[in-house]
Design a protein around this ligand. Structure first.
Ligand code: PLP
Length: 411
């Protein structure tokens, strides 16, 4: 039982997202700093031995050691929880560490997980490989086929895991429907909200129990740090995740937390501006003769367009497209054309990262999804002609010209 708690900011209730994004955190220190302080300290001092004992015994909430908690990290956690509309949040050293923390805290040998087959490559590696070693079995299902999720439920199913929109095909799953399936089965629903961020989608409002974040992406927003977080109820965060974090130490560094904290202040306007540019680029790509297919949730041609419109407030900044070539020369030609388009760019950064103000371009089949088997890749729809563009804040006309350099010769 914790009697004495770390104080809240004292903000008025019912503030909106844009206000919380710049104001939620911790009260400022006695020095009155206006910009949030960066607490680069591994440990914290106590006024006397009795207080130290009370803090170690959890009778008083206080900062003790940065592996457990840190004021800068807590400011980031409180801000992100406020944006997601969850009671609590815990920062982690990376997005993957958030998934590791989730699984280690909530699952045991004999438990069963149902996971979308379209989740991030490393997430598939964890659920499909590493966790199996500890007796946790995972069934992968189509992200968009609710019947497949329902049929995969077993008596020992504890967790459903989805990512929406997915990487790189922007498949959208029905969060509210998956939450119902999970809860009917006595399981929890976790949603990786990396692509939309809370600025465009709040899975907790649709019934998700846990929200997974890679802070590396849009929360930082400028490609500077690796960070992660898990958002959920106070009961899950305080009783399950915090104790495991104290022992296992996948802790977020205060410096990285500070970068993410300040990044969140511009999250909403970045997500709006980058989504708008992405949609314009997607529309232009759809009309280009060298492009076979374009994936972006705001295009009417997107298979889950209507669902995306209900569930998200904008389409997000990721656009994927298939370059012509497969029909003429098989997968080898498709890959050759995709590489030619990527190599012809002079503005886009050739990197698998996303969520940056700089537009990035990548060939998923040979990078982010390169470690998957060909079967896993086929199941995820990652063909050799596929290119993913994560649109940044450059002028969209310059981005069109950058892609046209490689696409025009193929048309
Ligand atoms: C990048 C990413 C992750 C992993 O995050 P890291 O911070 O790189 O560990 C998880 N999910 C999605 C959707 C991602 O894009």
């Amino acid at each position: 039982m914790t009697d004495k708690k770390i104080p809240r900011t004292g903000l008025p209730p019912d503030l909106r997202l844009d206000t919380l994004a710049v104001r939620e955190g911790l009260p400022h220190t006695p020095w009155g700093e206006n910009s949030e302080a960066l607490f680069l300290t591994s440990s914290f001092v106590h006024p006397d031995a009795a207080t130290a004992a009370a803090r170690f015994a959890n009778e008083e909430e206080a900062f003790v050691y940065t592996r457990f908690s840190n004021p800068t990290v807590m400011m980031m956690e409180r801000r992100l929880a406020a944006l997601e509309g969850t009671e609590a949040c815990i920062g982690t050293s990376s997005g993957m560490a958030a998934i590791l923390l989730l699984a280690m805290s909530l699952l045991k040998a004999g438990d069963h997980v149902i996971c979308s087959q379209s989740v991030f490559g490393s997430t598939i590696k964890l659920f499909g490989g590493e966790f199996g070693k500890f007796g946790v079995e995972t069934t992968f299902v189509s992200q968009t086929d609710l019947d497949a999720w329902r049929k995969a439920v077993r008596p020992n199913t504890r967790l459903l895991f989805a990512e929406t929109p997915s990487n790189p095909l922007t498949e959208v799953c029905d969060i509210a429907a998956l939450a119902d399936i999970a809860h009917d089965a006595g399981a929890l629903l976790a949603v990786d909200n990396c692509f939309c961020s809370p600025a465009l989608q709040q899975p907790a409002k649709l019934g998700a129990d846990l929200i997974v974040h890679s802070g590396t992406k849009y929360l930082d927003g400028q490609g500077r740090v690796v960070a992660g977080a898990l958002c959920g109820s106070e009961a899950l965060v305080n009783d399950k995740f915090v104790p495991l974090m104290r022992s296992a130490g996948m802790s977020l560094s205060p410096f990285n937390a500070w970068v993410v904290l300040k990044g969140m202040e511009t999250l909403s306007i970045r997500m709006q501006a980058q989504s708008e540019r992405a949609l314009q680029l997607a529309q232009w790509l759809e009309s280009h003769p060298a492009v076979e297919r374009v994936y972006h949730p705001w295009l009417p041609s997107h298979p889950q367009h209507a669902l995306a419109r209900r569930q998200q407030s904008a389409g997000g900044a990721v656009v994927s497209f298939i370059v012509r070539g497969q029909a003429e020369g098989g997968p080898a030609r498709a890959r050759q054309n995709a590489f030619a388009v990527i190599d012809a760019t002079k503005i886009c950064s050739i990197t698998a990262n996303l969520g940056d103000t700089k537009t990035t371009i990548t060939h998923p089949a040979s990078t982010s999804h390169g470690r998957l088997t060909e079967d896993q890749r086929q199941a995820a729809g990652i063909t050799q002609g596929l290119i993913r563009v994560a649109v940044g804040l450059e002028d969209v006309e310059d981005l069109k010209a950058d892609l046209a350099r490689g696409l025009d010769p193929i048309a």
